[in-house]
Design a protein around this ligand. Structure first.
Ligand code: URP
Ligand code: ZN
Ligand code: ZN
Length: 483
């Protein structure tokens, strides 16, 4: 019989604002006490954290489990993907519902909810707006009101598929503002990409190197800046996913320095992998790295780290989107047909600890913020997720800062036949992972259960990002009508 109580002893708790020695008592699915000399019920299961940190479970705000995309379906499903996350210390994901143009948002949402029922850990959804009509507008309202969605995604790239133009961006951002949700964008100028792809292909470049050549950083910088300016005019907060380059970071930094509420996400992959991967003479190796935005020249990496350190990039994600080698081979003769996406959910936390904390770029507190707490706050999951507080979900990781492993597809738990970090030695690993009080990873073994994960509904008007809402409620409380 599983005991209702667990006690994590002897660790150093790290949160978004503190680091302190404490034990953590868990009752069922939640944290019951944090401190010293706790009253521990007899029979409580003991977990030893000596020499380790105890941190909130990682939250990956950008994944694509079993995504139908570019003529195929991502190989990682919600069970295998959330399990692989657990092995690396990630206990929640925010995945994307991506309706086809003309498809009902609610119908697509139901599909994704069904697929996600097999999740081993908790999950939430952003919903993409891929077309516009009165029906879309109404369904956005229903998703916010009745289904716990508080963020909408807009693809400024992938022309002739899911890309939206400025007209749709403006209509949707306006609606998102009314609903108190958060606008998010994939920022690349899709028209430019389309034309550059054609030009590059017609020059005879058909291999994966053509992917990077047709998506230069300027293409990303332009779209980031355009989305930012549209959000500025409409007075709505904006979150830009997978920033890969100096150009988009500069747009965010400028906007924030002018007081605009813009949030930036960066992928662990873009912080450590550079564009030389596309020049690999082994086609498969190069194709494995085809994702959008592509990997950049190495100079962008230090800029992105500075973006995190300077508080202009707030979250780290993976864009975990797995296509196995035979799937990538669809683009053997034409890079435009290689399904875009790379894996990463299992290794995000270790890569960031190894390259962030161990290099001195980040403190453990900053690590917790960018791997968990900031995401929970921006997407309004805090303090249920992203913290170590009484009453919060017991999504916890016993993190050994000294444990070392070598990343490899031979040993990883992701359902994909390669790993973009292959051969990289990382120090800093999840020793034990708990998802809502249940041990899901321990002693190098997965103990996840299909279907144990729960949907995380999220309310609109997140206090962390909605100053205008706070101001209007204060004014309303004073009897001032600003409408
Ligand atoms: O290459 C990528 N990133 N594939 C997934 C879809 C997206 O753009 O996020
Ligand atoms: Zn994207
Ligand atoms: Zn994505």
């Amino acid at each position: 019989m599983t005991t209702q109580f667990k006690i994590i002893r002897g660790g150093t708790v790290v949160t978004a604002d503190q680091e302190f020695r404490a034990d953590v008592l868990i009752h069922g699915e939640t944290i019951a006490a944090v401190g010293h000399d706790l009253e521990v019920p007899a029979g409580a299961e003991e977990l030893d954290a000596s020499g380790c940190y105890v941190i909130p479970g990682g939250i990956d705000p950008h994944t694509h489990m079993e995504l139908p995309f570019m003529g195929t379906v991502a190989s990682e499903d919600f069970f295998t993907g959330t399990s692989a996350g657990a092995a690396g210390g990630t206990t929640s994901i925010i995945d994307f519902v991506i309706p086809s143009p003309q498809q009902s948002l609610l119908e697509a949402f139901d599909n994704w909810r069904g697929w996600a029922e097999k999740s081993a850990c908790d999950y939430a959804f952003h919903v993409a707006v891929t077309w516009w009509s009165d029906q879309v507008s109404e369904e956005m309202g229903e998703l916010v009101r009745d289904h716990g969605v508080n963020s909408f995604k807009h693809f400024m790239a992938y022309k002739n598929a899911i890309m939206v133009d400025d007209e749709v961006l403006i209509a949707s951002f306006t609606r998102v503002k009314e609903l108190g949700a958060l606008c998010t964008v994939h920022a690349e100028n899709g028209e430019l990409v389309f034309q550059l792809q054609k030009r590059v292909f017609e020059q005879g470049i058909t291999g994966p190197e053509g992917h990077a050549l047709s998506r230069p950083p300027e293409v990303e910088g332009e779209a980031a800046n355009r989305a930012i300016r549209i959000a500025e005019v409409l007075g709505v907060p904006l979150y830009i996913v997978h920033n890969s380059c100096r150009q988009s970071l500069e747009a965010i930094t400028r906007a924030r320095s002018e007081g605009q509420r813009v949030y930036g996400e960066v992928l662990a992959q873009h912080l450590v992998i550079d564009e030389s991967v596309y020049r690999d003479t082994d086609w498969e190796q190069a194709a494995h790295h085809v994702m959008s935005p592509p990997f950049r020249d190495v100079s962008h990496q230090e800029a992105l780290w500075r973006g995190i350190q300077g508080g202009n990039l707030h979250t780290t994600a993976t864009d975990h989107c797995c296509f196995c080698t035979p799937q990538k081979s669809a683009g053997k003769d034409d890079f435009r047909l290689i399904p875009n996406g790379t894996p990463g959910i299992e290794d995000r936390m270790s890569v960031l600890w190894d390259q962030g904390v161990r290099t001195g770029r980040l403190t453990p507190v900053e690590f917790v913020k960018i791997t968990s707490s900031n995401t929970a706050q921006i997407f309004n999951m805090y303090p249920q997720k992203g913290c170590v507080k009484v009453g919060a979900d017991a999504d916890l990781v016993i993190w050994d800062p000294e444990s070392t492993r070598t990343i490899s597809a031979k040993t990883h738990h992701q359902n994909v036949d390669f790993n973009v970090y292959e051969g990289m030695e990382v120090t800093g690993n999840a020793m034990v992972t708990l998802s809502r009080g249940t041990v899901v990873w321990k002693d190098g073994e997965l103990r996840t259960t299909k279907g144990a994960g729960k949907y995380i509904p999220r309310k609109p008007f997140a206090p962390y990002i909605n100053a205008s809402n706070a101001r209007s409620s204060l004014l309303a409380a004073k009897g001032v009508d600003r409408s």
